[in-house]
Design a binder for this molecule. Structure first.
Ligand SMILES: [Zn+2]
Length: 208
């Protein structure tokens, strides 16, 4: 598509492909497709503020979620506990390098990078520090979003692997609570982020 300055922006309905001029919405408003009734666009309320604080809370929870013991294990009468990091190290120790790498990437690296990304973007908007590089940054962040919920799946694998490895009694620990809260923060940080709004603002600012 060739875009000229002042060209009318069009938006297509995701369900039925009907084309409309991009609606101008206020916070909390949404536009529906007149043909099929599905939501065409919506402006979330206080998106930047909410996403900023959710990502801030998520960043603060990262350390306890990764380092506090997720589960306790009773093995031959002795009690051990293991954090997410311990689990990854145990997997490496037993030679499960592939699984250790996947678990590291998707339960640890991706969520941390996503939270930092959401924080950086909302921080830039909140304190008016917009830079042209944000366009590229936000595009990369958008791709990372596709991998969002894989960490839940990965945690399941970690727990079952750990249980299989040692065939032991499991109990739930503080770390798991921190991990679940961390997950909630990371999900909320990206679901409160109004991507359309951010694209629009960045485009108005840096694309002519
Ligand atoms: Zn439609």
């Amino acid at each position: 598509m060739i875009k000229t300055k002042n060209a009318k922006q069009l938006v297509a309905c995701q369900q039925c492909d009907a084309l409309y001029d991009t609606p101008i919405l206020k916070q909390g408003q949404s536009a529906k497709c007149t043909r099929c009734g599905s939501i065409l666009a919506e402006r979330k309320v206080d998106s930047i503020e909410r996403s900023f604080y959710w990502s801030l809370a998520g960043i603060m929870l990262s350390a306890p979620a990764i380092l506090l013991p997720l589960m306790g294990v009773t093995l031959v009468g002795q009690y051990h506990h293991a954090s997410l990091l311990d689990c990854i190290l145990a997997l490496i120790d037993r030679g499960f390098f592939m699984i250790a790498t996947l678990v590291f990437l998707f339960t640890l690296a991706v969520p941390v990078v996503r939270l930092l990304g959401a924080f950086y973007i909302t921080y830039s908007f909140k304190f008016n520090r917009l830079k042209p590089s944000l366009l590229h940054f936000f595009r990369a962040f958008h791709y990372l979003d596709n991998w969002a919920m894989l960490n839940v799946f990965m945690l399941g694998i970690v727990v079952s692997m750990y249980k299989l490895l040692d065939d032991t009694e499991l109990s739930i620990n503080m770390g798991l609570l921190a991990f679940i809260l961390w997950l909630i923060c990371s999900t909320m940080a990206s679901s409160t982020l109004d991507q359309d709004y951010i694209w629009q603002e960045l485009e108005n600012e840096f694309v002519d």
